[in-house]
Design a protein around this ligand. Structure first.
Ligand code: BV8
Ligand code: ZN
Length: 250
């Protein structure tokens, strides 16, 4: 399928759902989840750190790792891919479903329908779930271990509002994602390996209705074999081209 053909599909679509993964933020300088490990935490597997067990066992190590992640996100900017999706929403109905815990879609001007894996911008008590919205103190150099703040109500450790492996996705966020995937005319899948479930199955809610699902990824993913078309390219390169075509330009 050629790019102009995809442009025609986009131009004809009324409601476009967009599922984004870590690759969406790669060109902003946020490492993808698979290679997020740097510096002091390089020796840890993110899959084991991003769990309730790890936090219960070593809250200071996991808290420091999320401080580092929050610092990485604070110091970068949305890329041309984020901006293109915000522009698309100026003339199309767009439902952004992101697996990313950063706020780069929002900072590019998109309204995000669903953060299916939560976000690094909301914190709560690990024990009583009371929301914690104090100013997050991110020291310039983050030691390997930093004791998390304590809950004012019960003295429990504060945790990031992120969905850890083994945890349920926020029911409303996931339902919204399923609804959009089940009612869109077309789905774009950008920068996800499709490995993590249940988010990785959302494209099938469009495919099984015979709606086109277009993947944008420089590499093959677990979804490539199933999508209508897989564009070998990056978010920041391809999305601006698609938006031009959706406008009937270029
Ligand atoms: C659940 C927050 C159960 C954390 C994340 C065994 C034990 C427990 C659970 C499981 C298990 N086996 C399977 C499971 C289910 C598990 C799962 O899917 N595991 C996988 C590894 C098999 N899922 C869960 O645990 C989920 N919960 O199942 O609960 C349950 C059910 C009922 C009741 C109670 C409980 C929770 C999953 C959420 C985990 N949290 N994030 C944090 O960030 O610290 S997921 C985390 O990984 C990221 O958020 C991200 O979403 C995900 C990584 O996926 P991607 O986004 O795709 O990133 P990745 O690096 O993989 O790929 C990047 C892609 O981008 C690549 O394809 C690359 O080619 C491409 N790319 C690179 N550059 C670019 C690009 N594309 C475009 N442009 C570029 N420039
Ligand atoms: Zn508490």
């Amino acid at each position: 399928m050629s790019l102009p053909d995809i442009g025609d599909l986009l131009a004809a679509a009324e409601h476009i759902a967009v599922l984004t993964g870590a690759g969406m933020s790669a060109e902003s300088g946020v490492p993808t989840f698979r290679d997020v490990q740097d510096g002091l935490w390089a020796k840890y597997d993110p899959m084991t750190l991003a769990t309730e067990e790890a936090y219960a066992e070593a809250p200071d190590l996991v808290w420091a790792w999320y401080l580092r992640r929050a610092q990485m996100i604070r110091d970068v900017r949305p890329n041309a891919g984020h901006l293109a999706l915000a522009e698309l929403a100026e003339f199309k109905r767009v439902s952004v479903i992101t697996q990313n815990v950063d706020d780069l879609h929002e900072r590019a001007g998109s309204t995000v329908l669903s953060h299916v894996h939560g976000g690094l911008f909301a914190y709560r008590c690990f024990d009583c779930a009371a929301p914690w919205d104090e100013e997050l103190e991110v020291p310039e150099t983050i030691p390997e271990r930093v004791a998390p703040p304590k809950c004012a109500d019960c003295g429990g450790w504060i945790r990031p509002g992120i969905v850890w492996f083994g945890e349920m996705l926020p029911p409303k966020a996931f339902q919204d994602a399923v609804d959009a995937s089940s009612s869109c005319d077309l789905m774009l899948v950008v920068g996800t390996s499709g490995i993590v479930q249940p988010a990785g199955s959302l494209p099938f809610a469009a495919l099984e209705r015979g709606k086109p699902v277009i993947e944008i990824n420089p590499e093959e993913s677990q979804l490539t074999a199933y999508v209508t078309h897989s564009l070998r390219g990056t978010a920041a390169e391809v999305l601006p081209q698609l938006v031009k075509l959706a406008r009937g330009e270029g």
